[in-house]
Write a protein that binds this ligand. Structure first.
Ligand code: EPZ
Length: 416
């Protein structure tokens, strides 16, 4: 078990470059199943979740090689469409293989993902979408057993815009017979990144980035090479960390248009931001002003950054109200932040954050990726030493976080 030890209270300063978008890279890796052959994905971050997805694809028979940040995936040898519980239970994104396996093999057996630290995360919409395309699905011993001799284009209307369900349906629809229309589709940039990859494989998709996506099925796809776009959540993590420490940081290699809502909230909190093509420079305020946030689907404030915004608001000059419409119970970071002296109460699924002058370093535990990142932000801003255990959660979504933070002047080390 590794721990991160942070000596807080130093303003971050310098320039940092962000890596590739984890939540686009994962479905893109699953999508390689659709076209037997050798695919190359560039700008793949070196993360625990990427390793887990590689393990899973190897179980299906794929050959995968990493050269720095490039991943070569040969899916011509895939012949075993079964995703075991041991892997799916460690990463929900494993469920993204269901659509591609069905489309390529006409059958699939994928373990149902279990519970999750950020609240109930059903997969009913994934199943509803695939059923609409003609798949028959049964539950057997904790597994979804799916079969479809021929997938057919259909109209799919989601009750709520789900990123994962939209991706699973897109990946099945590209090889279905006829046209599929997805209504109330998720609009997140990760969807457009996946759609772009599928198009480069020969798929016919339009409307991604809007809530109505149309897919005209084709009979086969070809392997492709693409560049994974930069990660918007990592970008914003560095901006929020800089703001929390009153620092001055430039984030390079990012796409500012993906985090407009975050830039707006940081400005509201008193940070100064300069946005240029692919670069954002932030100057943190001496002390943040209180700023309410309601996390909503894209282009709203991202749920994945809600815990980090909460950490920032713990030291604001006033009270902020924070809620999350995507995962209304996503507050596992709150008890940990309280251990550091934060004054937060959660009433009717709203976190009432009464800013304190300073946080105190303390031993804390990362409950999941983003709650863990929130503790890193808090630890950087706090007085004294914060020891974060269960760092493996943070490693699922952040590559070499301690090295990148050290390059910004933070005092952070990793210990076994
Ligand atoms: C993706 O999860 C991300 N994960 C999450 O990031 C992110 O928090 C989430 O989207 C929301 O932006 C990946 O892309 C791998 P959803 P996903 O389906 O697809 C409900 C991280 O830290 N819903 O868009 O699982 C669901 O309960 C992770 O990197 C159903 O009701 O999220 C939620 O309220 C954590 N039925 C809402 O939809 C379903 O079948 C949105 O969830 C599916 C979802």
């Amino acid at each position: 078990m590794e721990r991160l030890i942070i000596k807080g209270g130093r303003p971050l300063s310098g320039t940092v470059r962000v890596g590739g978008m984890k939540n686009a890279a994962l479905p893109m890796m699953a999508a390689t199943i659709l076209a037997p052959g050798v695919h190359i994905l560039n700008n793949i971050p070196d993360l625990r979740d990427i390793t887990t997805m590689s393990h899973l694809l190897r179980i299906f028979g794929a050959k995968i090689y990493r050269h720095g940040h490039a991943l070569t995936l040969d899916t011509s040898t895939c012949d075993f469409p079964e995703a075991p519980y041991e892997l799916v239970s460690t990463m929900r994104a494993s469920f993204f293989v269901l659509g591609p396996l069905l489309a390529r093999f006409g059958r699939a057996k994928v373990a149902l993902p279990g519970g999750c630290a950020i609240g109930p995360r059903p997969v009913d919409l994934h199943l509803k979408g695939l059923r609409a395309l003609g798949a028959e699905m049964d539950m057997e011993g904790g597994y979804v057993v799916a079969e479809a001799r021929k997938l057919r284009g259909a109209s799919v209307n989601f009750e709520v815009p789900s990123v994962g369900a939209t991706e699973n349906v897109l990946m099945a629809a590209v090889l279905a017979e006829g046209t599929t229309v997805v209504e109330n589709a998720a609009k997140e940039p990760e969807i457009s990144a996946l759609a772009e990859f599928l198009r480069s494989m020969g798929a016919k998709i339009s409307g991604d980035g809007t809530d109505r996506i149309e897919v005209e099925g084709v009979t086969s796809l070809s392997p492709a090479e693409v560049e994974v776009p930069p990660d918007r959540i990592e970008t914003a993590t560095f901006l929020i960390a800089a703001a929390a420490t009153g620092g001055e940081v430039t984030v390079e290699g990012c796409l500012p248009e993906h985090i407009t809502s975050v830039i707006g909230k940081l400005r509201e909190a008193g940070a100064e931001l300069q946005v240029r093509d692919g670069t954002i420079r932030v100057q943190g305020p001496p002390r943040p002003g209180p700023t309410d946030v309601v996390a909503t689907p894209y282009p709203g404030y991202p749920t994945d950054l809600q815990p980090l915004h909460t950490a920032l608001m713990t030291i604001a000059e006033g009270t902020s109200l924070i809620s999350d419409r995507v995962f209304p119970e996503r507050f596992t970071h709150v008890p940990e932040l309280r251990r550091m002296g934060a004054d937060i109460s959660v009433e009717d699924r709203v976190a009432v954050v009464r800013g304190v002058r300073a946080l105190d370093g303390a031993p804390v535990m990362a409950p999941d990726i983003r709650a863990g990142a929130a503790l890193v932000v808090a630890g950087l801003a706090a007085k004294g030493e914060t020891v974060i255990s269960r760092v493996y959660h943070i490693d699922r979504g952040y590559e070499r976080i301690e090295e990148k933070l050290r390059s910004l002047g933070a005092e952070v080390r990793r210990e076994s």
